[in-house]
Design a protein. Sequence first.
Length: 259
Amino acid sequence: MAMFTLYCDDSGTHNESEWAIAASVIAPVEQWEKFREEWQVIAKDENFDVFHMANFVARKPPFDAPEWRDDEKRERIMRKLIGTIKCRATCAFVSALQKSAYDEVVPEKIKADRAMGKNHYTFAVRMCLGRVINWRRVYRRTGSLQFVFDRVSKGKGEIDEVFNRSLSESAESALSDMGIVRGGWSFQDKAQFIPIQAADILAWEALHHMKKFSTHGDQFKPRRSYLELQNIPGMHKYYDRSSLGELVAHLNSKASTGE
């Protein structure tokens, strides 16, 4: 039976951003090994060490050197990296949260009772875990799943609480539903755990898409790279005032029936 690892990264967690993103990519361990090999070849050929999408787009170090002014090179490297992600990732999940809506619509009691977190990224991670449950059920995935987050992600303590709470409520349920086992999640350096760099690209692309979509609606043309990443099986879910209101109503209904 194949062992799977999920890598997760965030985008938009800085105070100025209206949206907070959690992006996850999942694949069997052996596919991630091939991914690492291919990614390192690209990095060597294109002369970079760690790929950080925000720095790449903004042309910040190390992507501010003269060689990175070559648009053909920039387009080529994105094709290579996204091609590798599409080839090796089994599925991908994105949760995008409108921060102001979360602050206004979701009551503090529900945040506390459901361990949703005060940090917006924690909620986005929780919603990604919901996608994991569905994926495991549909494809009958069993056994443990390793979860790896970027070590500089916000809400580390709250994310620990989400996992520990799942185990304390029912270790058997946590394993069967989400693949969570004690010691099965960690916060790592994306320079050493290269697949986090894939999650970083997906998170940035999702944030860019949501910023443009919330401003221009269907009038703007999505980036080709974003559309390519959407070809990976999975689900992208966006939580605004409307969908958060529906979620609160659903949770209140469950509470009233004792679920």
